[in-house]
Design a protein around this ligand. Sequence first.
Ligand code: ADP
Ligand code: ASP
Ligand code: MG
Length: 402
Amino acid sequence: MLIVQKYGGTSVGTLERIQEVAKRVIESKNAGHSLVVIVSAMSGVTNRLIEYAEFFSKNAPQSKDMDMLLSAGERITSSLLSIALNTMGYKAIAMSGRNAGIITDASATKARIKRIHTKNIQTALDDDKIVVIAGFQGVNEDGEVTTLGRGGSDLSAVAVAGALKADLCEIYTDVDGVYTTDPRIEPKAKKLDKISYDEMLELASMGAKVLQNRSVELAKKLNVNLITRSSFNHNEGTLITGENNMQNMEDVVISGIALDKNQARVTLRGVVDKPGVAAEIFSKLASKNINVDMIIQNTSKADGTTTLGFTVPENEMDLAKQVVDGLASSVEIEADIVKVSIVGVGMKSHSGVASKAFSTLANEGINIEMISTSEIKISIIVAAKYGELAVRALHNAYELDA
Ligand code: ADP
Ligand code: ASP
Ligand code: MG
């Protein structure tokens, strides 16, 4: 089999851990598989590099310089793992995103993969080498280094697996798989044996960082067999599958709860309430590549103005304020909010799911600040200090630990 394995930050967090990963890779190699290994930066390295940049500029700019800086973290790990493998007697080669032929668009610090020229990878595989690729990066059409956004090594792995038509893509991390919620918040969370692409995509998009959301989207599109499991033990992980085993899935109304702490709210007061104003505000935000999520507009006041609130990722909050300043009589930003989301395909055909969430939060004295729903998800904004309590209360209310 051709297997793509990805090892995340904690899995390669120390030199000893890189050695352990090398042994794990060799196990698969000895089992007769061809292997491409994608690695993240050692844990903490990407954050530290961002802090270095922030020494000079408070809001680390979304620039090509940042791409150059951040891509270094993954290059270090890939080189070290390849050195370890070669030293242990196995032929390996380290590749940067460029050497691996990963071509992206030009948007700095959150580039999208356009295509992969697999020639170098293929040549190395034909030569029986283990290919070790620096995750989270590629090059744009001008040959400049780009990075794929936080958690982007998952995306590198899925994209490479798709391009090579690999039999399997294994995401190795520091938990046993996908749980009903973050096991670090709710120790009673249960590991799922499998989950559909759609539910996983919602959970990931709503903050369950066990898989990066874009990687799940791509896995669904390219039909990549995706498994997430621990690099610290040999337990079976979670299969992310296109298979819609509706019979079982219909019994399961809710499959998980996610918490997104990286949210901020922008509130515009005194917005003129006439056609075209919202279009202007949101197209300006879109032109700066700002990801707007939940939007609430209040009913208009007698003076013909209204209040408009929306959420953005916390690190885009200052930029969002700059962009909309002047389009309202006041613009306020708050970072001390979080988003709690309840995800499950069974929601489509069951009533009372939302009301249970609202009464559960009410019983805990947690105020609901914004709500949005889709067919298979309910998201609620609450004050940051209540985030983890809300997750545990909802997890209990939907009996996810049963
Ligand atoms: P890696 O460095 O391996 O990419 P991440 O830190 O990005 O790992 O993601 C793994 C973490 O995701 C876990 O340690 C866990 O705290 C968190 N997490 C959040 N939600 C979930 C969930 N539903 N199931 C499992 N882990 C989750
Ligand atoms: N090192 C990058 C990050 O911390 C990418 C990754 O780990 O997937 O976001
Ligand atoms: Mg990750």
